[in-house]
Every structure is written in C-alpha cells, then in structure tokens.
Design a protein around this ligand. Structure first.
Ligand SMILES: Cc1cc2nc3c(=O)[nH]c(=O)nc-3n(C[C@H](O)[C@H](O)[C@H](O)COP(=O)(O)OP(=O)(O)OC[C@H]3O[C@@H](n4cnc5c(N)ncnc54)[C@H](O)[C@@H]3O)c2cc1C
Length: 438
C-alpha cells in the first residue's frame, strides 16, 4: 500500500505503463522557477487543461499550463482509450432528469466532442491509432431489452442509426467469450492510444505559444482584486483567469468543490503482444468492448496487438500493491484462453464520479476561476469538449458552457470526511449485486 499527501503523488511507486512506454516525454519548460504574469493560468496537464489551453491561446490570450508531474500523468494518460459519444448515462435517463430539450443539447455536444477529437487528430497528424467501433456486452438478461429499447429510442428521438444489436450467437462470433448474452455495437464511437493523443495535443498547444511547466504543483489559488494569485513552490503566477483541470486528482484548490465527486482508482493491464491473427480470434473486428456491470470490464487491443484490459476499482486513497493479479483475475474470467499470456504492464488511474454521472462545470471567484470535472469514466471526448466550452465561456460566449454548468450536482454528505467510506459501502453493494447476477 502506498499513500502520499496529494492525489497526484499516488502513482509514485509504480512501474512504467504501456502508454508511457509507447511515447517520448514532452519537451516542456519543465519547472516554473520564477514569478510570472499572464492572461490565463491552467492547472492540470490532462485533456481538459490542454484543450482549454489550445482554445484560449487560439483566441489570442497568453496562456501557461502548470502540471504537478508530467503531461498526461493523470487519467488522460492512463485510461481505456474508448472515445465514446454521448454521456456516461443513456439519453433516456438524462431526459428523465433534465427534460428532453436539455438532454438533446447534451447529446449533440457529445457527438461534437468525438468529431472534434477526430478533426484534431487529422489536422495535426497525431499518430494515436484511431479505430472505429465500441461494443457494449450484456451480462444480464435485462440488458437485452434495454439494448432494444435504446436502439429504437435513439432512432426515433435523435435520428441516431449508429447502433447494431448482436444476439447471443452473433456476439460470440465477434467476442470470443462465453460471458455475454448479447451485444450493442456503437459505430459512432472509437478507440485510441490516449497518451499519444494527450501529448499530441500538448504539442499543438505549444505551437500556439502555450508555455507548459511540468513538475509544478499548484498549492493554492487566491482572489486578489480583479486578478487571481496562483501559488507554486518556486513561483507566483498572477492571472486574469484560472482554469482548474485536475478532475479526480483535485485536492483542496477549489475548497469544498471536491465533495461534488468521488475519486475512484481503476486498474489496467497490458499483455504481451498477441499478434494480429490471435488478437482477431478474440475480438474479430478489433472493437473496443465494455460490459454492463456496475464495476465494468473494458478492453481493446493496442496498436501492437496487446490486450489492454481494464477493470476492478478501489476507493481508498491507496492504490493496490499488485494491479497485475487484481486485473488478470478479471481478464481470465472473461477470456480463459489468456491464462498463460504474459502481462507486460499494469497501472492504475484515478477518475472522478459524480452522483448523477454528468460532468460538473462551473466558475468561482466572480467568474475568474473556471473548472470542469466529474466525467464519471466517460471523459476522453468530453474533457476535450470541456476545454472548448471553457474557452467560449471565458471569451464571453456563455450559452454552451451553461448546458453543463446549469446541471444541479449533489455533494457527498460530509464529503471531506466520508466521501471515500460512503462510496465504499455503495461499491460493496454493487460488487455483491454483480456477483449474484454473474
Ligand atoms: C483507469 C481509467 C480508465 C478510463 N477509461 C476511460 C475510457 O476508456 N473512456 C473515457 O471516455 N474515459 C475514461 N476514463 C476517464 C478519462 O480518462 C478522464 O475523464 C479524463 O482523462 C479526464 O481528463 P482531465 O484532464 O480532466 O483529468 P486528468 O487527465 O486526470 O488530469 C488532471 C491532471 O491534474 C494534475 N494535477 C492535480 N493536482 C494538481 C495541482 N495541484 N497542480 C498541478 N497539477 C495538478 C494531475 O497530475 C493530472 O495530470 C478512464 C479513467 C481511468 C482512471
């Protein structure tokens, strides 16, 4: 077990991840060592921060970005690589919460998010191995009716024809596992190497004159008249506007705002390369896959045909000691044929889950501080969108930012003391539920 004071320090004891091994580090300014005056200071070097930096620098602002460790150190460089349309919850559930009109706005923003990422990859020639298709796989009988309802509902109310249903026999032809009762292919979604995307976008930000300081944790922010002071150990930043983009790694910078989400640690393994032929015997059409359990399994093949398998959560401030055996158990339950395959890498990451599973956007300090977090495991595309909407909002166009900032978010009761323990009882309940249903 390993515990340090700050959430971004949780990864200090780990070996290199597959993603980190697949890239070269960014040539950044490294640490901030002197005071600096700037239009915009961004805190956090994941996709939310980098996308905010690109969008704001393109609008003519001077921008610096401070990352506690390395660019992509957080979830953006550690995730399952599934670039999904929509939100974490299905549209029907969102309609019940927010009404049809608002749900439709969110749906079209979700489509725009994936389109934007695709365009950024193309325009900037980011080599991050984009592959089409994400398959949801049914673990419970009830999922079959839900898939059918979803297809019909989305075609009727959203003109979305990108879903395809697979019965038990057909899903077995696609995914070589006995676990699943049906499948729902989403052809609007993709998968990719997320750290290659993150670093590719960081280079785009640098080309737009964003100064990136790695190894620069921010300790505190403070309102100072019509500006904000941003304090790091070795330099004081004075900015007109600050963007806080720390997601699951957010500690105290925004005060009690951290109680609007639950930080969860999720784990991933990468096997040795299986080669294309063997990989396609497991996932015929190279889709990414996620199942329907509360604690989901999600997996896909990498650009060099390793099985990248994610699953298993912990909710304490410690990471598990041996993520390899923690995740392999889940993997070999789905694919017993991978029993003897070597695991080359294992790692974990922290994500931010909100009570309603929708991201939380907002501003503080008389609109001088903007934030977005809580993508609830569905943030690869939405974090890039968040940066765009934060850019629009700071530049005076508030409409689309408000589609998210208007959403009401419950706090975790007595969050600073209990948010992890409260969630742990909820997780225990769902673990038992998954177990009983499996
Ligand atoms: C294991 C895992 C699997 C996932 N799988 C998927 C998936 O397949 N599809 C999907 O859509 N989403 C997935 N997600 C979620 C997705 O990765 C996140 O929603 C998204 O990357 C959030 O981006 P971000 O930039 O907001 O946060 P992050 O990428 O977490 O970046 C936050 C950054 O802030 C930095 N930071 C924190 N505190 C400070 C400070 N005080 N000063 C300076 N810097 C600071 C951290 O070091 C970190 O680099 C997954 C997440 C995890 C952990």
């Amino acid at each position: 077990m390993f515990n340090k004071n700050q959430t971004y320090e949780q990864h200090d004891n780990e070996k290199i991840s597959f993603y980190r091994s697949s890239v070269e580090d960014l040539n950044s300014q490294d640490q901030l060592t002197s005071d600096i005056d700037v239009d915009i200071c961004i805190i956090g070097g994941g996709l939310t921060g980098i996308s905010s930096a690109i969008n704001l620098s393109k609008k003519g602002y001077s921008v610096i970005l401070c990352e506690a460790r390395k660019i992509g150190w957080g979830a953006s460089g550690r995730n399952g690589g599934q670039l999904g349309i929509g939100m974490r919850k299905d549209q029907f559930t969102i309609e019940k919460k927010l009404g049809l009109k608002h749900a439709k706005e969110l749906w079209s923003l979700g489509l725009e998010a994936v389109e934007d990422v695709k365009n950024l990859i193309k325009e900037n020639e980011i080599d991050c191995h984009l592959v089409n298709g994400v398959m949801s796989t049914a673990c419970f009988e009830k999922d079959i009716d839900e898939y059918k309802f979803e297809i019909e509902h989305m075609a009727k109310n959203y003109d979305f024809e990108g879903y395809k249903f697979f019965n038990k026999e057909k899903i077995r032809e696609e995914i070589n596992s006995k676990m699943y009762l049906a499948g729902l292919l989403n052809s609007g979604s993709y998968h990719l190497n997320p750290l290659k995307l993150t670093l590719g976008l960081a280079k785009v930000a640098q080309k737009n004159n964003v100064k990136i300081f790695e190894n620069t944790p921010i300790e505190k922010i403070k309102e100072e008249g019509d500006r904000v002071q941003v304090m790091s150990k070795k330099g004081l930043i004075r900015a007109n506007q600050v963007v806080v983009a720390c997601n699951g790694y957010l500690d105290s910078i925004l005060g009690s705002k951290k109680n609007k989400f639950m930080p969860i640690n999720n784990y991933v393994v990468a096997t040795e390369s299986l080669g294309e032929k063997r990989a396609r015997q497991i996932i015929k059409n190279n889709y990414a896959v996620c199942d329907t359990r509360f604690i989901i399994d999600y997996y896909r093949f990498s650009e060099d045909w390793r099985m990248i398998f994610g699953g298993g959560e912990t909710f304490t401030s410690n990471f598990v000691k041996n993520a390899t055996s923690f995740v392999s158990k889940r993997m070999t339950k789905v694919f017993p044929q991978l029993q003897n395959v070597k695991i080359d890498y294992s790692w974990g990451g922290t994500l931010a889950i909100t009570v309603n599973r929708l991201p939380h956007f907002g501003t503080l300090m008389n609109n001088k501080v903007s934030y977005a977090f809580g993508y609830s495991g569905h943030g690869l595309a939405l974090s890039v969108l968040a940066g765009k909407l934060i850019g629009e909002n700071i530049h005076g166009d508030h409409e689309r930012f408000k589609f998210f900032s208007d959403i009401n978010h419950m706090s975790i009761p007595l969050g600073s003391i209990f948010r992890r323990p409260i969630y742990s009882s909820a997780i225990l309940y769902y673990k038992i539920r998954d177990y009983l249903n499996s």
